[in-house]
Design a protein around this ligand. Structure first.
Ligand SMILES: Nc1ncnc2c1ncn2[C@@H]1O[C@H](COP(=O)(O)OP(=O)(O)O)[C@@H](O)[C@H]1O
Ligand SMILES: [Mg+2]
Length: 214
C-alpha cells in the first residue's frame, strides 16, 4: 500500500534546488536521501512532509492529493499520521522529558510506550528537565515523542546527528522495527552513507536531480 508519492516536485529559493523529483514510499519501506550540504535535502524533506509548498509538483498522501484536501483534513493527517524528527528537536524546554511525551499522548490519544523508552535508553533520565539532558538524550526524547503518536510516516532529518555511531545504529534499528510492526514508512535525510544504506532504497540529491543509487 502506498503511503506517499511525490510527482515532479521542483523548488527554488535563490537558485534552483531540485527539479522533477519523483518518489514513492510504501508501507514497511524506508528511503534514505543523501547529498552534500546545501544540496536541498532538508528543503525536499520539508516539501514531502507538507511543511513547505513546493513551487511545482504534487504530493499524494494515503491516496489523496494534498492540494485537494481541506485545511482541516491535512491538519489532522499532520497531527496523527506524520511524524517529524528534526535535527534541532523542538522539545518544550521548561518541561521534563516525560511531560513532553505526555503532550504527545494527549494530542494523539496513544499511550506512552515504556518499552520504547527502554529501547532508547532514556527510561532513567526521562523525568529530568529537558535542559538538564545531554544533546543525545534530548534527541532520543524527541524520537520517543514522535513515535509515541504512532505515525504512519516518519520524516527524519539527521535524526542521529548528536549520537555516537553505536547509539545511532540502535536508533535506526528501532525505526526499522517500528515501521515493520506498525505498517509505517520512513524517509530519512542523512549525510552518513552507512546509515543511509541500512534503508531499503537510497537516493542522492545531486545537480538538482534526485537519483536512485540503491
Ligand atoms: N527558507 C529559506 N529561504 C531561503 N533560502 C533557503 C531557505 N531554506 C533553505 N534555503 C537555502 O536552500 C539551500 C539548501 O538548503 P537545505 O535544504 O537546508 O540543504 P541541505 O539540507 O541539503 O543542507 C541553502 O542554500 C539554503 O540557504
Ligand atoms: Mg539539511
Amino acid at each position: 500500500m502506498n503511503l506517499l508519492s511525490a510527482k515532479n516536485l521542483s523548488h527554488s529559493f535563490d537558485y534552483d534546488l531540485f527539479e522533477g523529483v519523483c518518489l514513492s514510499l510504501d508501507k514497511k519501506e524506508s528511503i534514505a536521501i543523501i547529498g552534500i550540504s546545501g544540496s536541498g535535502k532538508s528543503t525536499l524533506l520539508h516539501a514531502l512532509s507538507t511543511l513547505l509548498k513546493p513551487n511545482y509538483g504534487e504530493i499524494v498522501l494515503f491516496g489523496k492529493e494534498i492540494s485537494k484536501m481541506k485545511k482541516k483534513e491535512l491538519a489532522l493527517i499532520k497531527r496523527n499520521k506524520l511524524g517529524m524528527v528534526f535535527q534541532s528537536h523542538y522539545l518544550f524546554k521548561g518541561f521534563s522529558g516525560y511531560e513532553n511525551l505526555e503532550v504527545s499522548e494527549i494530542l494523539s490519544q496513544e499511550p506512552i510506550d515504556e518499552e520504547l523508552l527502554r529501547r532508547l535508553d532514556i527510561e532513567h533520565c526521562i523525568g529530568q528537565k529537558v535542559t538538564e539532558l545531554s544533546g543525545g538524550q534530548q534527541q532520543r526524547v524527541s524520537i520517543a515523542r514522535v513515535l509515541t503518536k504512532k505515525p504512519s510516516i516518519i520524516f527524519a532529518d539527521e535524526p542521529t546527528g548528536n549520537l555516537d555511531h553505536e547509539t545511532a545504529t540502535q536508533v535506526m534499528s528501532l525505526f526499522f522495527e517500528y515501521c515493520e510492526t506498525n505498517d509505517a514508512g520512513m524517509i530519512l535525510v542523512t549525510h552518513d552513507n552507512d546509515l543511509a544504506h541500512m534503508c531499503k532504497k537510497v537516493y542522492k540529491l545531486e545537480d538538482k536531480e534526485l537519483k536512485r543509487i540503491k
